[in-house]
Design a protein around this ligand. Structure first.
Ligand SMILES: [Zn+2]
Length: 593
């Protein structure tokens, strides 16, 4: 980084190439590994110039992210200015409070030089507001000052773009896990008890390292966190992860219990850390190597995201950071997400994986009617597979063992997982014919027999109606099987009425001719508010006719609606007090309690 204009949010980055081609091609990636959407990072480049031997070269843009620099000799210097105001974990950001970037946004790749070692010089921005800034990254440093500014090195371009940088005045707390140093870095305002966060993350990281056979696959690890008012997301890297979370999710010194929001934060850390093995090293063959200018298609996304989602919570439990009841609640919420989506009958997990780039990463209001998330359904298939193996396999094979073997045969030795490798490995290890299981779970669109599978582990699965937009499921509403009338729509509070954001196929709102984006303002002539909508609807019965008023853009629309009862798609789990001793023993082995 040569120059940074904090007010204009512009990075200036110089890329020096030794022994360039005469017509040297240079590129910026279209996407960042871990986030499967073509983002075309080159669109943020505001200027580009190239020189060689003190001579200005002609630079021509050839496509969305490729330029040619004509007439280069011996050494080529290409300087780009990049606009950076993306606060997400996937982009680059610069203002007077912090600099955060992924190499995919800033670092040009000289074609043909991808495999060569790279030196990176990070300079302090020439701005008095940055004097307290320091550098946090997992990239290997070779010569840096006390604040981390100076020279870094990467083995090749692939590594160069896999270590995000947080450069700001931030807090750092260190701990050791898996025999190597770890740091939790937090930028943004917060009042968190960082000692406690470090103690908890240490327990969690130790559990993950034990899960994959003790030795950490990196020399050091950093959680690069940003605390914000409202945000949630993470992105995995080979020796770090970038995280965004609500500052209120972190515990203060006055708090002792593990609140649902702190569990959410720990779940995020657990998820990204598990990826250090599953997807960063155990990789689909389709990602080996990444093709950064186009979609990289695989039907295995569910293995990398679904299985990771399954273990993110299970390993929280096995680390004793959450209890069994919390675990069942969180699992019940994943079940709820799947059972509330009629799209599970239309799109298989293999298709959801393959279409990630155009469906999950570009969701529209109809997503839940026609598609399924490979995160949540993938986690349920992981659950069903784990429990089926534990129940049926004579040789005590579990999904834990499959993952460990996947690590040894693929991740540890750097071999990509081909499209049928996962299923073959499960069959080989278990000695069972699993064809039918995978046909239904991965390529089919029927529901898995989860209630039955869970029963063998002394866990009961129950269903009830949703109690409102805040109801994520996972808890019983006292056993009542009430089904109040429902709009059959998701909605969000607006300054006036509520906005219908998603309409369930066949639901009351869709049948009445309403569409996503409609602002519902009145029912039977009475004003609607988000807080009172459920109570308003509860006064009616199934099949009642009501009159609804919505604004569609600036037009007032009136429709008659026949109310249907709310579907029983909110799930909860409970221990079965009448479970036999065998089931209870299996459950204890599964949960590690
Ligand atoms: Zn993930």
């Amino acid at each position: 980084m040569c120059h940074a204009d904090l007010n204009r949010h512009i990075y200036e980055v110089e890329c020096l190439v030794e022994n360039p081609d005469e017509d040297q091609l240079i590129t910026l990636p279209s996407w960042i590994p871990g986030s499967y959407l073509l983002r075309e990072f080159a669109r943020h480049v505001v200027s580009i110039r190239a020189t060689s031997n003190g001579r200005e070269l002609v630079v021509e843009k050839l496509d969305k992210g490729t330029w040619s620099c004509r007439g280069a000799k011996k050494e080529l210097a290409v300087t780009i200015q990049v606009y950076a105001l993306d606060r997400s974990v996937r982009g680059a950001y610069l203002d007077e409070t912090r600099s955060f970037f992924n190499g995919t946004c800033l670092f040009l790749c000289p074609k043909g030089h991808e495999d060569q070692p790279v030196e990176l010089l990070i300079k302090v921005p020439a701005d008095s507001r940055c004097t307290k800034w320091r550098v946090a990254t997992s990239m290997r440093c070779s010569d840096v000052d006390n604040n981390g500014f100076g020279l870094y090195e990467a083995e090749n371009y692939d590594e160069l773009i896999d270590h995000p940088f947080e450069i700001s005045y931030h807090d750092v707390i260190a701990f050791e896990a898996g025999g190597v140093p770890h740091e939790f870095i937090i930028a943004g305002r917060h009042e968190a008890d960082l000692e406690r966060v470090a103690t908890d993350l240490c327990l969690l990281c130790e559990t993950h390292n034990r899960f994959f056979g003790k030795t950490a696959p990196f020399e050091s690890y950093r959680f690069l966190g940003l605390a914000v008012g409202d945000g949630y997301g993470g992105l995995e890297h080979r020796a770090s992860s970038s995280l965004i979370f609500n500052r209120s999710d972190l515990p203060t010194r006055q708090e002792s219990g593990v609140s649902a929001s702190y569990q959410r934060f720990l779940g995020l850390c657990s998820h990204e850390y598990f990826h250090s093995w599953n997807v960063k090293r155990i990789k689909p063959a389709a990602f080996s190597p990444y093709q950064l200018e186009r979609r990289n298609l695989t039907r295995l996304m569910w293995v990398f995201e679904g299985i990771t989602s399954y273990y993110q919570d299970l390993l929280l439990l096995r680390s004793e950071l959450i209890g069994e009841k919390d675990y069942l609640r969180r699992l019940g919420q994943i079940l709820t997400r799947v059972y509330r989506a009629p799209g599970r009958f239309k799109q298989s997990l293999a298709e959801a994986s393959f279409d990630a780039w155009d469906k999950l990463y570009k969701p529209d209001a109809n997503f839940n009617n026609v598609a399924i998330s490979y995160y949540s359904k993938g986690a349920l298939v992981a659950l069903a597979l784990d429990l089926t193996l534990r129940r049926d396999s004579d040789s005590a094979v579990t999904l834990d063992l499959v993952m460990l073997e996947l690590w040894k045969r693929f991740g540890m030795v750097g071999i990509g997982v081909a499209e049928d490798d996962f299923e073959s490995l499960v069959e080989e290890l278990s000695g069972c014919d699993m064809q039918e299981f995978f046909d239904v779970a991965v390529r089919g669109t029927e529901d898995l027999p989860l209630a039955n599978v869970l029963k063998g582990f002394g866990v009961k699965l129950g269903f009830r109606a949703s109690t409102g937009p805040e109801d994520l499921g996972g808890w019983t509403s006292g056993g009542s099987a009430e089904q109040p009338p429902s709009l059959g729509a998701k909605y969000a509070e607006r300054s006036f009425g509520v906005e219908l954001t998603q309409l369930l196929d066949g639901g009351s709102a869709q049948a009445a001719g309403l569409i996503p984006g409609d602002h519902l303002i009145a029912i039977n002539g009475l004003k609607v508010t988000s807080a009172k909508l459920d109570a308003q609807l509860a006064r009616f019965e199934e099949e009642d006719e009501i009159l609804v008023n919505v604004f569609r853009d600036d037009e007032l629309v009136e429709r008659e609606m026949t109310l249907q009862k709310a579907p029983l798609t909110t799930c909860f789990l409970d221990f079965d007090k009448e479970a036999c001793a065998d089931s209870v023993a299996r459950r204890e082995l599964w949960l590690g309690t």
